[in-house]
Design a protein around this ligand. Sequence first.
Ligand code: AQP
Length: 341
Amino acid sequence: MLKINATQKIRVFSGIQPSGKVHIGNYLGAMRRWVAEQQQKENYFCIVDMHAITVPQDPSQLKRLTRDLAAVYLAVGLDPRVCTIFVQSQVPAHAECCWILNCVTPVGWLERMTQYKVKSREGESVNAGLLVYPVLQAADILLYDADEVPVGEDQSQHVELARDIAQRFNHLYGETFKVPKLVLPAVGARIKALNDPTRKMSKSEAHLRGHAIGLVDDPDEIRYVVRRSVTDTGREITFSKQEDKAGVNNLLEIYELLTGKSQEQIEAHFAGKGYAALKEEVAEVIIAALEPVRQRYQELMDDPHELDRLLALGAERARGVADPKMAEIKRKVGFVPLSKH
Ligand code: AQP
């Protein structure tokens, strides 16, 4: 395994699909850590539009969601001076690397991926992209020799696969890729849907009212969704792993993450209170936390040219890392380099 140079910063890669309304699950599961650790790390945060098209997307909507997600990245506090923020399709090495990695990845590894199994069961027809999308994800990560991949729990199987692919390629062609580390949050790794706490909150379902809280939803919408969130018929407000308490537990986890209070403090605070009071307080905590995000997002969306300029700059910086890595990968595989005439 390639070692981290002690004098260098730890390099981080992660991404989000522009596939719908970005929600507090994406924030608490992934982006919050990106923001908190950005000054200590070397950061690559991608808007993975090529992943988004593994399921049908309306082209004009995809374009809108891509800029929208860029604005959200900046609005939550990512600083483009220390983070390379870029759109995946603007760095061609991702697709090129994916092809080569496809050729060292057994199909059986991909057929075992839970997300593929679920989506192929739900979808009317399954395209090849849906099957190989974890390989594209491996290419995203490995091209940057990332040390860490901070994601939510739903992505852990894919990061494990990226590690396996890196090891297999290194075995076949010699030491080439760093084997990245999966980084999960201790709390908030899987925020549940508010209308169904047995399932994870998901961007592709966030258009269904009641499912998710969007990062730029207005306060009235947040109050409405939290008040209507599914709980249970009991009264006890405690952290619990019990299936029937999943709704209450989810609200408490969100509260814990946004207030920074301990579980003991939170349980003591809500002792003797009812679910209506819990929901009221959770909604207000979310509104307060998201207010600056919403304001900054509006400002950014008012200046699409500046957003495009930042993305162009990000793509240029990303290509500065990805292109030489791609040249190394091609050399290892035995491709003849383009001669300079
Ligand atoms: N509910 C969640 N709780 C914690 N973390 C989450 N993440 C996603 N959902 C939760 C993390 O957010 C990052 C972006 O992942 P994504 O773009 O796949 O987001 P999504 O909401 O899962 O979007 P989709 O389009 O609905 O994706 P699919 O269809 O794949 O589920 C990741 O770090 C993820 O772990």
